[in-house]
Design a protein around this ligand. Structure first.
Ligand SMILES: NC(=O)c1ccc[n+]([C@@H]2O[C@H](COP(=O)([O-])OP(=O)(O)OC[C@H]3O[C@@H](n4cnc5c(N)ncnc54)[C@H](OP(=O)(O)O)[C@@H]3O)[C@@H](O)[C@H]2O)c1
Length: 324
């Protein structure tokens, strides 16, 4: 099978399109013909060498699969050849999705929502699972609460806006001006231009000095350290980003705040719940650009650049007919 293989850590040119053996499903595993995958910041972080001890080279990386079951190993009960499936491969545990075939444990695989294309489905598994874990699992967002989603035009952010609306919250989000309409179309109630306005000022003005119940941080750095300034009493902060700078938690203490740190985990349950929202028309990933598998390096370079013009996700067409 064809796969994009990472032979050394480095820039976007570090991938090589290679012929490698097709994997064989073992007991409890499913062999999937990958139709589409997508790119996450984790993918370029891995590629440039941020996690050398966790990713032995040469490696096939990539963290989203949408495809069709080709064969199942002994003991697999939930899936059969021909089923359309979606999932995030186990992170830091074996080959990833930048290949024509992938093998995974049946416990982390879900049934692809029929109303999503493979490109769309592959654009939702990791970011959707992360947003679900953050808002449902950790923040336990309630109907009528308020939430600030940082980075509302990004892969995780645009899904988090839709999820928060489906959960009945009022959503504030930060984006650059060019992405304001996009954020509104995802359902954001108050859109804050992070280049022109101070989001703490806007939130305090719009909430009559109360602050928001939940801050969801997809940016890191000073967005995390300033979270307590925008937070209501008994508020919750959920961050999915590395803590790059020391935090002073005195203000968080004053707000009776709870902090949650999420590194997304893989399981079928979250995928099934996301699929239910997709079926109800409350959630749909936005595919901002599509690249062929052979052009993976170009796609990485684009996602890595700030102000790259991408809204939502970059999908990768592994099946060539999916790209015009
Ligand atoms: N812990 C986990 O399990 C987990 C899972 C998924 C992702 N993550 C992490 O979460 C982060 C976001 O991931 P992603 O997939 O959403 O990335 P992404 O698709 O690249 O989105 C990031 C978004 O943030 C915007 N942005 C940049 N600076 C901003 C600022 N100061 N305020 C508001 N928006 C800003 C970017 O757009 P502009 O530059 O155009 O403004 C872009 O739309 C990454 O660091 C990733 O590694 C963690």
């Amino acid at each position: 099978m064809k796969a994009m293989v990472l032979k050394s850590f480095g820039g976007p040119e570090s991938f090589e399109l290679c012929d490698v053996p097709k994997p064989v499903p073992q007991a409890g595993q499913v062999l999937v013909r990958v139709h589409a995958t997508s790119i996450n910041p984790l993918d370029y972080q891995v590629r440039r060498g941020d996690y050398p001890d966790l990713v032995p080279l040469p490696a096939i990386t990539g963290h989203d699969v949408s495809g069709v079951v080709e064969a199942v190993g002994p003991g697999v009960m939930a899936f059969a050849a021909g089923d359309e499936v979606w999932y995030t491969p186990q992170i830091f545990d074996g080959p990833g999705s930048y290949a024509e075939y992938h093998v995974a444990a049946e416990s982390i695989i879900g049934r692809k929502p029929p109303s999503l294309s493979h490109l769309e489905a592959a654009s939702l598994t990791l970011v959707g699972g992360t947003a679900w874990e953050a808002l449902v699992g950790r923040a336990a967002l309630q109907v009528g609460e308020t939430i600030l989603v940082h980075g509302g035009a990004g892969g995780v952010g645009h899904v988090a806006i839709q999820l928060a609306k489906a959960m009945g919250a009022k959503v504030f989000t930060t984006v650059r001006e060019a992405n304001a309409e996009f954020a509104r179309s995802m359902g954001a109630d108050v859109v804050i231009d992070y280049e022109k306005e101070d989001y703490v000022d806007v939130i305090m003005r719009e909430t009559a000095g109360q602050g928001v119940d939940v801050v969801f941080d997809t940016i890191g750095g000073n967005t995390l350290s300033r979270s307590p300034d925008a937070l209501a009493q008994l508020g919750r902060v959920v961050t999915i980003v590395d803590i790059a700078q020391p935090q002073n938690l005195v203000q968080a203490w004053g707000r009776n705040a709870s902090y949650h740190f999420v590194f997304t985990r893989q399981n079928r349950g979250k995928l099934d719940e996301l699929a239910a929202l997709v079926a109800r028309g409350q959630l749909r990933p936005h595919v901002g650009a599509v690249y062929a598998l052979a052009d993976l390096g170009l796609a990485h370079a684009r996602l890595e650049s700030p102000n790259n013009g991408i809204r939502g996700k970059i999908a990768i067409a592994v099946e060539p007919s999916l790209i015009a």
